[in-house]
Design a protein around this ligand. Structure first.
Ligand SMILES: Cc1ncc(COP(=O)(O)O)c(C=O)c1O
Length: 473
């Protein structure tokens, strides 16, 4: 048996799923050292429980491995309205998606069990993630609000993307496929899916948006570590890639273009399926483990969320943290759900709510969503994961029905927020996550005595060249 000690606070990993046991054992041993008799030990333990996990339990709220959610939460079962269904040519869907994923895309049941193997992969790769209080940031901006952030940055590949990557790769491998095609913006999704595909012995081809391919060499290395094949998009490998290069000469690429190339590959090969890292219902469904954990963590310290914030590219990490709070909101709880997008790619705040294609190649069915148009090519901002013309149909509909709202900030404003966050809370956030930080700071300035929770969707340790350039470091 091999064990190793993780550098991340309060997280243990090991084979045989014994990690949480080991952590518990160590905690008990430490406790025994400090106390003289059993009674004292018991009362200290109760105190620790009450505080959400010991001396630091109100600042770093952790969960045990066996508290990883057992089900994905399907918000569609609770919404007081129906989503407008996809239209156009739906015949492509069974050609590119595995059956289980298509089933989840249309699912109506409230809870969908998470396979044990997927839960184990979550446990071995950083889940449950801590919820942390940003006291120094609060002090720096002089707010009376309490700000908490969910640390999706502490997962193995450093973002929330592996929550759906493990689930999708599991279903794909169970249906006997051997090859997967996908797109990636900043490379976070590509890294997560590469890790998951490598685990299940699947070959992964990643179309990486050209400007990110040049801006983020570290993410390419991560994907290569896990044996993925990476192609800068638009490429000469697909018909659509060649057409897009003719239509937009010298283009920096976009998620819409990379999606189009990956879909073309999956459409044309029997043994290949397509995997999407955001936007669709099943992706948001898998991400709901984030919000379910947050609810438990807040309960542990007797807090109730007033404001929930996430950055939005395609809408999956925001959906992941926010959707489990929808039932409370529908019962009358006063909770604000805010998605923060780049001012440079303002899909929700400036894009009409309409039927549009999910990809620039216009191969997908039409989705009812906020969209800047499938032909929109976003400027080459550093938050590559937010360079998408559309928005998840679920998030779009929540905004239309006043259950969620959206804000937009410029990259410059968000990067300043990222710098302040690193100076106060020590963590260098992903450029995408810096939008959530900016949103949280603005909410904290706007309100008094509220509990604000934002999703730190990823770390920025492989985005340093972007920060160096934009912040003139
Ligand atoms: C760290 C991080 N946060 C957020 C996003 C945006 O995606 P989504 O809106 O689906 O969460 C990405 C996308 O690549 C990302 O890498």
């Amino acid at each position: 048996m091999i064990y190793w000690r993780c550098k991340r606070p309060c997280l243990w990993a090991g084979f045989d799923s014994l990690c949480s046991l080991s952590a518990k054992k160590v905690q008990e041993l430490k406790q025994m050292k400090k106390t003289k008799n059993g009674n004292e030990k018991v009362s200290n333990k109760n105190e620790a429980k009450k505080n959400g996990g010991g001396k630091f339990g109100k600042k770093v709220i952790t969960l045990e491995k066996d508290e990883i959610p057992t089900h994905f939460y399907n918000v569609l079962a609770d919404l007081p309205f129906q989503l407008d269904p996809p239209t156009g040519d739906l015949s492509i869907l069974p050609k590119i998606f595995p059956k289980a994923i298509l089933g989840q895309e249309m699912a109506t049941e409230r809870f969908i069990p998470i396979p044990d193997e997927v839960r184990e992969l979550y446990a071995l790769n950083g889940r449950p993630t801590p919820l942390q209080r940003a006291e120094k940031l609060e002090k720096a901006i002089g707010t009376t609000c309490r700000i908490y952030f969910k640390r999706e940055d502490t997962t193995t590949t450093g973002s929330h993307k592996q929550n759906t990557a493990f689930a999708q790769a599991y279903y794909i491998s169970k249906e006997g496929y051997k090859n997967v095609a996908t797109e990636t913006g900043a490379g976070q999704w590509g890294s997560a899916l590469a890790l998951a595909c490598n685990h299940f012995g699947l070959h992964l081809k990643v179309f990486m948006v050209k400007c990110s391919y040049d801006q983020k060499p570290g993410r390419k290395t991560v994907m290569k570590f896990y044996n993925a094949e990476i192609v800068p998009s638009p490429s000469n490998e697909t018909k659509i890639g060649r057409e897009l290069q003719k239509k937009f000469p010298g283009t920096s690429g976009s998620l819409g273009m990379a999606i189009a190339e990956a879909i073309e590959v999956a459409k044309e090969r029997e043994d290949t399926v397509y995997s999407l890292g955001s936007v669709l219902n099943h992706v948001l469904l898998h991400q709901t483990i984030i919000g379910q954990e947050v609810k438990k963590q807040l309960e542990k310290i007797g807090e109730k969320a007033d404001v929930i914030i996430g950055c939005v590219g395609g809408g999956s990490n925001f959906g992941g943290i926010a959707l489990p709070f929808i039932p409370d909101k529908l019962k009358g709880a006063d909770i604000e759900l805010i998605g923060v997008e780049p001012r440079e790619v303002p899909s929700i705040t400036a894009g009409p709510y309409k039927y549009d294609y999910g990809d620039t190649g216009k191969q997908t069915p039409l989705l009812k969503m906020h969209s800047l148009g499938a032909d929109f090519v976003p400027p080459a901002i550093h938050a590559g994961g937010l360079r998408y013309h559309g928005m998840a149909p679920i998030i779009s509909a929540l905004v239309v029905h006043n259950l969620a709202k959206a804000e937009s900030y410029s990259e410059e404003e968000c990067f300043k927020a990222a710098k302040l966050f690193a100076e106060t809370e020590s963590i260098i956030p992903a450029p995408e996550s810096s939008h959530a930080i900016k949103g949280a700071i603005e909410a904290a300035k706007r309100y008094k005595n509220k509990t604000i929770v934002f999703n730190l969707s990823g770390h920025g340790l492989l985005d340093l060249a972007s920060y160096e350039k934009a912040l003139h470091l």
